[in-house]
Design a binder for this molecule. Structure first.
Ligand SMILES: NC(=O)c1ccc[n+]([C@@H]2O[C@H](COP(=O)([O-])OP(=O)(O)OC[C@H]3O[C@@H](n4cnc5c(N)ncnc54)[C@H](O)[C@@H]3O)[C@@H](O)[C@H]2O)c1
Length: 305
């Protein structure tokens, strides 16, 4: 598996998920520096082989390829604004990946992640089940962290999903938010609406803003996305079949007619996405999900591949 960026993939090394890690980057000095820095820590983790290079042959026969290559968002730039710059990069890297690892799964992290997941699917010619966008796995983690903060409960016990686009049009599924199976909506029927005196809706605004905030404050995001990618990597490489809100081909779901990718709860294992969990959304949530799909389609339809 491979990928680079500010630690986005490197975090998975620390959990010993892979026997072998291959790093590829267009910037030779950065690549060498990152590789040496990781190798110097070999004593402290269990990935015995770390290789790197500019040629895709170093990644040959990967089970999982993680794409974090790309232009980073500039402060004030939306994820969707990044699209054309990163489409060009995907076109330059995907053929080399598929040629060297025809049986791999590809996990796309680069933004705008939903559109680039579609782009990688198209260019790679691989089945959609093997093309996974990191999507709202991070947004849902941020959502659960913030719910946990408000309730004083650990996020692992606060259940809930953010679906749709990883970004501004994402959809918080308030109808499903629960702690120990108790729906928060049963305690506060106005949950997530403008009429809600407890203002839970602000939590979703914070989820949408949090990536931009970290970007503004430290120039990039790394820890949360790195941990989120590690979570996905574990499910795939260890065939855990956990449910993750990740970006997948959504045509035919919830009345979506176009070939777009967005996040819905998916079962992830060694074969990639084997099943999609059809969540019972209320009519408002379903309409927001279709709007999110439209937002993506409006950008995607003009792409030249
Ligand atoms: N999906 C998410 O939740 C999420 C979260 C954080 C970052 N991201 C995205 O991940 C991407 C990387 O972010 P970052 O902060 O790590 O940026 P970064 O600039 O630190 O790393 C990007 C790397 O890509 C490399 N690169 C550029 N063109 C390449 C090419 N043609 N071939 C190989 N390597 C190439 C660069 O040299 C650089 O090392 C961005 O698109 C960013 O928006 C996504």
């Amino acid at each position: 598996m491979w990928g680079l960026g500010h630690g986005i993939c490197d975090v998975s090394v620390f959990q010993g998920l892979a026997d072998e890690l291959a790093l590829i980057d267009a910037d030779a000095d950065k690549l060498k520096g990152e590789t040496l820095d990781l190798l110097h820590g070999s004593l402290f983790f269990n990935t015995p082989k770390i290789v790197s290079g500019k040629d895709y042959s170093v990644s040959a026969n990967s089970k999982l390829v993680i794409i974090t290559a790309g232009a980073r968002q500039k402060v004030g730039e939306s994820r969707l604004d990044l699209v054309q710059r990163n489409v060009v990069i995907m076109k330059s890297i995907v053929p080399g990946i598929v040629q060297n690892s025809p049986d791999c799964k590809i996990l796309i992290v680069s933004n705008p992640v939903d559109i680039l997941t579609y782009v990688v699917w198209k260019i790679s010619g691989l089945p959609a089940t093997r093309i996974i966008g990191s999507g709202c796995n991070l947004d849902s983690a941020r959502f659960r962290y913030l719910i946990g903060e408000k309730l004083g409960v650990h996020p692992v016990s606060c259940h809930g999903y953010v679906l749709g686009e990883h970004g501004d049009s994402s959809v918080p599924v308030w109808s499903g938010v629960n702690v120990a199976g108790v729906p928060l909506k049963s305690l506060n029927p106005a949950l997530g609406t403008d009429a809600d005196q407890e203002q839970w809706k602000k939590i979703h605004n914070q989820v949408v803003e949090s990536g931009y905030e970290v970007l503004r404050l430290k120039g990039y995001t790394s820890w949360a996305i790195g941990l989120s990618v590690t979570d996905l990597t574990g499910s795939i490489l260890k065939n855990l079949r956990k449910v993750h809100p990740v970006s997948t081909l959504a045509k035919g779901l919830y009345g979506i007619k176009e070939e777009i990718f967005l996040s819905v709860p998916c079962i992830l294992g060694r074969n990639g996405i084997t099943d999609i969990v059809k969540v019972n959304l209320n009519p408002e949530e379903e309409s927001l999900l279709r709007k999110s799909a439209e937002t993506l389609w409006n950008v995607q339809k003009d792409l030249e591949l």
